[in-house]
Design a binder for this molecule. Structure first.
Ligand code: ADP
Length: 184
């Protein structure tokens, strides 16, 4: 199964991606986690990404796409993957389509996590990551509305919507039910 998860910051994509990856036995690929690992390791990529992440802005597509292309070249993705936080722009989605096409592959579905802005601000402030202060969160929400939400139209033929408010396990069940009911 090749899936993309889309949703505003704080929608719980990372939590759901981890559960789904375990159940589907495919890798969970989070661009946010990849950037944070690079930051921690003080790689050139990490240093480049830092100023964008600190401000809640998107890391330039060129850098992000190269990192994902690289990751999708790893053998563990041969049975599928769950992409969490990528693509985040229509241009990234076009790059992803090309990367997959070159391998003769395509996405099976795109899962959209639906949640209200005010609910997520409270969740994120409780999480305490360094880019989780209110101004940066509000900027990430604005970036989501401006740059990421157009993706939902781009993926309209494969979009599966899930209500992301509720108990973690319950939401996971909603995701799998929605995936099972796809196209019916
Ligand atoms: P959240 O979903 O809470 O915003 P992430 O961990 O997914 O958190 O992302 C944190 C930061 O990493 C983003 O604000 C952005 O700077 C950077 N980032 C992650 N994914 C991408 C992407 N696909 N394109 C550009 N920047 C990204």
């Amino acid at each position: 199964m090749r899936l993309v998860l889309v949703g505003p910051p704080g929608a719980g994509k990372g939590t759901q991606a981890a559960q789904m990856a375990k159940r589907l036995d495919v890798p969970h690929i989070s661009t946010g986690d990849l950037f944070r690992a690079n930051l921690k390791g003080e790689t050139e990529l990490g240093l480049e990404a830092k100023r964008y992440m600190d401000a809640g802005n998107l890391v330039p597509d060129e850098v992000t796409v190269a990192m994902v292309r690289d990751r999708l070249g790893d053998a563990d993705t041969s049975t599928g993957f769950i992409l969490d936080g990528f693509p985040r722009t229509t241009s990234q989605a076009e790059s992803l389509a090309q990367i997959l096409k070159d391998k003769g592959l395509a996405l099976d579905a795109v899962v959209e996590f639906e949640v209200d802005d005010e609910v997520v601000v409270q969740r994120l402030l409780g999480r305490g990551r360094s880019d989780d202060n209110e101004d940066v969160i509000r900027n990430r929400q604005q970036v989501y509305r401006d740059e990421t939400s157009p993706l939902l139209r781009y993926y309209s033929d494969r979009l599966v919507k899930v209500d992301a408010v509720g108990d973690v396990d319950e939401i996971t069940e909603r995701v799998f039910t929605a995936l099972d009911n796809r196209g019916s």
